[in-house]
Design a binder for this molecule. Sequence first.
Ligand code: ATP
Length: 446
Amino acid sequence: MRAAILAIGTELLGTDRLDTNSLRLTQSLETYGVPLVTKAVAGDDETQIAQTLDHLFTQADLLLVTGGLGPTADDVTRQAVARALRRDLCFDDDVATGIEAKFASFGMRMPQVNRRQAEVIDGATVLANPRGTAPGLRCDDERGTVFLFPGVPTELEGMIVADLEPWLAERSGGAGRERGMLKVASLPESTVEERIAPAYAELGRENVSVLAKAGEIRVQFWAAGAPAERRQRLAQMAARLRGLLGDAVFTDREDEDLAAVVGDLLRRRGESLASAESCTGGWLGRRITAVAGSSDYYPGGVVSYSNAVKEDFLGVPAALLAEHGAVSEPVAVAMAAGARERLGATYGIGITGVAGPGGGSEEKPVGTVHLALVGPPAAGARSEDAAGSALVEHRRVRFPGDRERVRWMSTQLALEMLRRHLLGVGSIAGEGNAEGRRSGAEAGVA
Ligand code: ATP
């Protein structure tokens, strides 16, 4: 079996929408070991879609089609597929009754236009769509099988799990390909590549790939075979790669954010974090609070964008601001300490920088960011220091890229600094990341 994907929707040909459905479908194909040979995007044009399907059938015998099953006149996928398969469309009373019942359950009457969604290609199997009104269809033809799915990603997801994957499982005899992943924060791609290179020969170069995005590297690896066999292989591969990457790996879950990992560590230790953000404007707080249950370890943060807020809400001394400027080590440290002490947390993080595009200078070019992590004073600190905070780490970095990237990288590095501290594995500087430096720890900063 060889597969092709066709994403339908004029909006997908423009600049506003990206075809992400094909990525999700590809994931299922990979899991069940079905090679994807080509992908196409077509607008809502009956002739264009029918011709594309004819063409795809010359290369594949499983066509996965999404989009254009809606009730409006521009949704022509059913007609186009019927035309390509040289079949008729017939009105299906049962499907119509089901759609009416769905509207009724919301206390609404079905608009007349939705009757179009009850048109079924002759001989097709109707696939229920519990998350929407447009049912999917599966048509078996002498050239192969066509699945029609709605374009709405959540509706598609439900039908992949309920219809496509069981169908693929039946035909693949359980054999397939599965992907494992390790995520690394704040190491350059080349360092990651260098570290895992010794494993390429034994794992198979084609089975491992490194995907970089700003501040986060994903090491992906694949294993093939029956489910139990490939999972065992994936576990072995993960262990080998982890061995090479060490503490740089923060998760093996694709959907787990660094903020969730840090949150887990704080919760397990019964500790907490407060933040003081300038150039990131609350982005760090947003990432932390995106994790359910984060109130267990995050009392809150201060978006201290102006100097006045830094002074009034965080107690940053005006003299420090005047002497060093807002983007400086002493101010980042004082912000972190202010947040920690005023919000009553175990740790405080302060971030202040020049996100750009303007505002840079020779001394502090765009992309310059100071990040400070402070914690409780060291045991045995003098009593007058006891209410203060101790500096855990300060880093001055210069991130490349635009405003968004500088801001994102700042939140990522701040979280990584804390993660490494909580694990007791030393700073990123020791990981071969040339950017930034670590200040002498334990300096009192009250
Ligand atoms: P419905 O009748 O439920 O609207 P539909 O099959 O007609 O479903 P479309 O109207 O084509 O679906 O698209 C509905 C939504 O799903 C739109 O917001 C669209 O941008 C999004 N969408 C459609 N195709 C894709 C795709 N390939 N990738 C990501 N999003 C998509």
